[in-house]
Design a protein around this ligand. Structure first.
Ligand code: F0G
Length: 459
């Protein structure tokens, strides 16, 4: 018999209780958090969809590995295991362990960057952009045009616009380009995949112009799943071999292990070039740790080596992508406007379309994130004008391009009934949507205001 239901391919061995709260309690909690979900303590959240980063449940194998972790300062066996795994996966001869993705970014981009350099990506993730700009360099995003059309289907909406890439290389001069980066999947663009054909084309353009080509590979297993099923010629290729093929087109990669390596902390940098590796190793030793542990404990490295294997297990990846798609499909059936098609690690709700009466100056994404919390104890993340809005000199808001709310799904953590509960929560928000009002900011810091800003409901 063919089953329609795709089950979680694991049994639960250890559980973490969730404290259930009432709507009355949450009204008070939200007020105490100044209507900013980052200021809620986690025991006041029922389902936490703030991020898929560092929130994975580890397997019994990984917990076993934690116990086996070798904590020797130099040459630990856990390091050798992690290094061998990454070398086999990426094909890069030099691997540098770091405590998380942005530490690898800081090391690499402070070396490659600096005044006058330009970096080009399908979309730079915030920490990538911040590290590049901090070095004095410029970061430019050139996703394909479809990436900005929430409703338009494209199988590989994370692709880079290669005509724009050629034009930018012509304009800036190859020698002034620090690197070209493909973020797979494209997180800031909705968790959308990049095709192998696009990767090949970008690689060829970079090779011809003598420009370094890098992957931001933190969700490369999820990306490989989409290539397997959506791109012609890959249905017979194993997920891991698709990822290997993609790595082999690049000159180097950065990976936050907090995503597809399914650990709670960790990352690495891997490159082909010995000179880049040497320069980065010096910076690694000064700021992270010795080359055989970087910012990591031996046990963390053991768990990364195992997680990098498990993430390519076909039953896991099928369950992973199906459960994200399930949430997106159900929300769409209800008429909730979402980024389409559904990406790998999260569903992005278009809050501007959901609350058409809330002007961007009153932050529709913030209103939706607060309402999801009040109605269901769900913590999501505004990705809109709270996070990316800027001001003119006379204090007028320059809104972000889109007002989204991200529902990021932690790996192996929640069951289908958690997701059904979350989906149901939207029912209560659908009525009287056109009467909803927004928020004003009562306090904000000069940088990264979404973490610490305070809000008050309008009216
Ligand atoms: N690159 C991408 C594409 C990311 O999504 C992240 C983190 C990083 C780099 C930085 O890695 O957090 O280990 O330093 N994304 C998290 C998120 C924070 O919620 O999407 P890190």
């Amino acid at each position: 018999m063919h089953h329609k239901t795709i089950i979680e391919p694991f049994r639960i061995k250890s559980v973490e209780p969730i404290r259930l709260s009432s709507q009355e309690e949450r009204v008070q909690y939200l007020k105490e958090a100044h209507y900013n979900l980052f200021q809620l303590t986690s025991d006041r959240v029922i389902i936490d969809l703030l991020t898929d980063s560092g929130t994975s449940a580890m397997s019994a194998e990984q917990w076993g590995g934690i116990m086996r972790g070798d904590e020797s300062y130099a040459g630990a066996s856990s390091w050798l295991r992690m290094e061998a795994e990454i070398k086999d996966l990426t094909g890069f001869p030099y691997v540098l362990p770091t405590h998380q993705g942005r530490a690898a970014e800081r090391i690499l981009y402070s070396y490659l960057g600096g005044e006058g350099k330009t970096f080009i990506a399908n979309t730079h993730f915030d920490t990538t952009r911040a590290n590049i700009e901090y070095s004095g360099a410029t970061a430019i995003d050139i996703p394909i045009a479809e990436a900005y059309e929430p409703e338009q289907f494209h199988p590989f909406k994370g692709n880079m616009d290669t005509d724009k890439l050629r034009a930018l290389i012509e304009e800036k001069g190859g020698a002034n380009i620090g690197a070209v980066i493909l973020t797979v999947t494209n997180n800031s663009g909705g968790g959308q995949p990049v095709s192998m054909a696009n990767t090949r084309e970008v690689a060829a353009i970079c090779k011809e112009a003598g420009i370094l080509f890098l992957l931001d590979a933190c969700r490369i297993a999820e990306n490989a799943y989409f290539i397997h099923w959506r791109e012609e010629g890959f249905v017979d290729h194993a997920y891991r071999s698709i990822a290997q093929e993609m790595f082999r087109l690049a000159d180097g990669a950065i990976m936050s292990a907090k995503k597809d390596a399914m650990v709670n902390m960790g990352g690495f940098l891997a490159v082909k070039d010995a000179d880049i590796a040497d320069a980065c190793k010096n910076m690694l030793i000064i700021t992270e740790g010795y080359t055989t542990y970087g910012g990591l404990s031996g046990r963390d490295m053991e768990a990364i080596a195992i997680g990098l294997q498990e993430v390519f297990f076909p039953d896991y990846l099928k369950y992973r992508i199906r459960s994200t798609t399930y949430v997106g499909d159900k929300l769409r059936e209800k008429g909730v406007p979402i980024m389409w098609p559904v990406g790998g690690h999260a569903v992005y709700v278009d809050a501007k379309a959901f609350y058409p009466n809330i002007p961007v100056e009153e932050f529709p994404g913030q209103a939706l994130a607060c309402d999801l919390y009040l109605a269901g104890g769900i913590r999501s993340c505004e990705i809109g004008s709270v996070m990316f809005g800027k001001y003119t000199d006379d204090g007028q808001l320059i809104p972000a391009a889109t007002e989204l709310v991200r529902l990021a799904i932690p790996r192996r953590v929640y069951t289908q009934s958690h997701m059904d509960y979350m989906i149901e929560t939207f029912d209560g928000l659908m009525d009287n949507r056109d009467k909803r009002t927004g928020y004003t900011i009562t306090y904000e810091p000069p940088f990264l205001r979404h973490f610490t800003a305070n809000f008050e409901p309008k009216g």
